[in-house]
Design a protein around this ligand. Structure first.
Ligand code: ATP
Ligand code: MG
Length: 396
């Protein structure tokens, strides 16, 4: 039993001592069996939420209507979820009703894929009702039960199948894949926020191409903002070298670049994906910078505009286009910039107003921009006297 589970054992034991059943479930059991690192340990129990709360001194209600209570234990926290079934999914996205049950098998039955429907007890024995271990060994994503029914209940599961294919580098089992292709239009009922989470996980996974190809082949892409009728572009995206992507901003950079999105159209698509303003701004800058860098080396002006962090990410992205990267030159050029941002300029608006004895107005921004450019490209040093001299000569 791995250390993460050992630390959580007292929780399972306390539940059992109080007369309930308790198991490790879900992704952590799967990942342990795969020999992978685990991030969160989920526990399922026959105890109802109120019963869980009465057993542990420190708890937080995180989703009590779904049966989930957070238990704080030493420096860790664990999600304890009551065994439950989900019935009558009328809107194809979330259960109309969650029913707490006392049986583990009912709980495992409602889980999405066989490899996610494994439970482990406190001595490390695995409960495997749907041949999940066999599918782990043959590296298959297979729906629990009848795939069509499961995707009809919750269409998000189709996107989950695709992202697990990428994350785990597994294949999607034939009938499960056919069901996704048949039912892809149910994704139109799913909120874009939830599709977003799964799509980004797919793109960040270790076999991105293995997730993207079925994403395209099953037509799921047609229910994503900006992807409609972009099959050929997406196929080009899937044809990029399969190096693992490091962060979400790079996901959107590569996606928008391959979709040949104009940086001016960037905001529209990315806000449909519900990205934060900060992310939209960053991706737009990255897109402009990548287009630049793909055709020419860095220069002072571009580096100043883009900034070091984004420039590094762009440089690193060159590998997807079989272009040589050169971080040494990038770092050197950046370190040699006379100013790294506008605040570094040796004059500011106040100084200009004093010097010219003029009231504030748009002229200040214009002059500062001019001075900034001249300093960045190296035409004049960043010194007050020379900057003011230039400002005077420019007529303002
Ligand atoms: P990750 O490593 O990304 O956390 P995970 O398998 O733990 O993967 P979660 O989204 O954390 O995925 O869900 C935990 C478990 O809950 C899953 O393993 C699965 O058993 C179940 N589950 C989650 N979402 C669904 C769903 N939409 N339908 C059915 N079961 C689900
Ligand atoms: Mg999880």
């Amino acid at each position: 039993i791995p250390v993460e589970f050992k630390k959580a054992l007292p929780i399972i034991k306390s539940l059992e001592e109080a007369g309930f059943e308790a198991y490790f479930v879900g992704g952590s059991v799967r990942d342990i069996l795969l020999g992978k690192a685990i991030h969160d340990v989920d526990i399922a129990t026959s105890a109802y939420p109120e019963e869980v709360k009465s057993i542990f001194p420190r708890t937080v209600d995180v989703g009590i209507e779904h049966g989930t209570v957070l238990v704080l234990h030493e420096e860790d926290q664990y999600e304890i979820t009551t065994f439950r079934t989900e019935s009558t999914y009328q809107d194809y996205r979330r259960p109309d009703q969650v029913t707490f049950v006392r049986s583990l098998s009912e709980d495992l039955k409602r889980r999405d894929f066989t490899i996610n429907a494994l439970a482990m007890n406190q001595v490390g024995e695995i409960v495997d009702l749907f041949e999940g271990i066999k599918d782990l060994e043959s590296q298959l994503i297979r729906a629990v039960g009848v795939a069509q029914e499961r995707f009809n209940e919750d269409a998000l599961r189709m996107m989950r199948a695709l992202r697990f294919a990428s994350q785990l580098d597994f294949k999607i089992e034939k009938e499960t894949l056919v069901a996704i292709a048949d039912l892809s239009d149910l994704l139109s009922k799913i909120s874009i926020e939830r599709i977003h989470v799964e799509f980004v996980k797919l793109m960040l996974g270790k076999n991105r191409v293995g997730g993207l190809l079925p994403f395209i082949a099953t037509n799921c892409f047609n229910y994503c903002p900006g992807f409609v009728d972009k099959k050929l572009h997406l196929q080009k995206l899937a044809a990029l070298p399969n190096y693992q992507i490091s962060e979400e901003a790079q996901v959107w950079l590569l996606v928008l670049h391959m979709l040949e999105v104009d940086p001016k159209e960037c905001r529209k698509i990315l806000s449909e994906w519900k990205l934060s303003n900060a992310m939209i701004k960053q991706v737009t800058q990255l897109l402009v910078g990548l287009n630049f860098r793909l055709t020419q080396p860095w220069n002072n002006q571009k580096l100043f505009e883009i900034g070091l962090i984004n420039a590094r990410l762009i440089e690193q992205s060159l590998c997807y286009f079989d272009k040589a990267t050169n971080f040494t030159i990038l770092e050197e050029k950046y370190q040699n910039l006379a100013i790294k941002n506008s605040h570094d300029l040796a004059v500011d608006g106040k100084i200009l107003m004093n010097h010219f004895n003029r009231p504030p107005g748009p002229w200040i921004g214009k002059v500062l921009a001019k001075l900034e450019t001249e300093v960045v490209v190296g035409n004049i040093p960043n010194e007050k006297i020379q900057l003011l001299d230039l400002a005077t000569r420019c007529g303002d």
